[in-house]
Design a protein around this ligand. Structure first.
Ligand code: URA
Length: 268
């Protein structure tokens, strides 16, 4: 039988373990038992076999880790995707990005692929990671309300009213940190192919990180509402809905941008 002393000891051990986890940056519990995602490789659907070749020749007598050029590999895998299912499978099979190991789900896209408007955000957050869908948390709910105000939404069946939504990164970064340039460089080939396959009339970029990835520039306060051309189509940068939640006074500009989008779609 467990003595009072043992259970007091367990309590202190459990508390010390919890404090250690908080110090290590644990911000939420997602399961009863720990999972070492570096040890467990999820079974990934394999699209076309892609040679993961060393980028440099190995010198005789020298033991070198084969170096993979992840950007080149991403380009090859993305280009080989014949359709959206193929692209999702290619992303699922891409092992170049460490974010995948810490994420629960691949967050590929949501909405109607026949939409005239494709929205590109930054990266999934906790809710998106959990559900495997982009923009489903508080910022996503605001995004839905914003587009609803101009008669558009991800559940619409008619292309003219529909939205298609994705992110630059398909995996949640730890603690929602910003995407780093290497991650963006290796995931952009998938975004480019995604845009090619959906072939929307217009792209809407939500926030600085999407602008940096697609336009190569940031400074959303200056960029928002200014039409640009990228990936072969008109592009409209807008404030990210998460920014609007923190800065409700900026909703006035967001409304002006939505009206500009509506007018542009009428003219195209
Ligand atoms: N923010 C994003 O940029 N994308 C999401 O999917 C959710 C929040």
């Amino acid at each position: 039988m467990e003595s009072a002393k043992d259970s007091a000891l367990d309590w202190h051990v459990a508390r010390a373990a919890l404090e250690w986890q908080l110090e290590m940056g644990v911000s939420e519990f997602i399961g009863e038992a720990p999972v070492d995602r570096f040890a467990v490789e999820p079974p990934a659907p394999k699209p076309a076999a892609v040679p993961q070749k060393p980028a440099r020749p190995v010198m005789p007598g020298k033991i070198e880790e084969p170096r993979v050029d992840h950007v080149a590999l991403a380009k090859q895998m993305a280009a080989g995707a014949p359709d959206l299912d193929g692209l999702r499978a290619a992303l699922g099979a891409f092992e170049g990005c460490e974010l995948k190991k810490g994420a629960r789900n691949l967050v590929f896209a949501d909405g109607n692929p026949a939409a005239r408007v494709m929205v590109i955000g930054e990266a999934p957050g906790r809710d998106e990671d959990r559900e495997g869908k982009p923009f489903v948390g508080r910022a996503g709910q605001l995004l839905d309300r914003m587009f609803d105000a101009i008669g558009m939404g991800r559940a619409a069946t008619l292309s003219k009213d529909a939205l298609y939504i994705t992110n630059v990164l398909p995996w949640r970064p730890p603690q929602n940190r910003d995407p780093n340039p290497d991650e963006v460089a290796m995931l952009m080939p998938f975004v480019q192919r995604h845009v090619e396959l959906v072939a929307p009339d217009v792209l809407v970029l939500m926030g600085n990180h999407a602008c940096q990835a697609v336009l190569g520039k940031r400074g959303i306060t200056r960029l928002r509402g200014q039409w640009e051309e990228a990936l072969g189509r008109p592009v409209l940068p807008m404030f990210h809905p998460a920014y609007l939640l923190r800065n409700p006074h900026a909703k006035r500009e967001a409304w002006a941008d939505l009206l500009a989008l509506q007018a542009r779609l009428r003219d195209l």
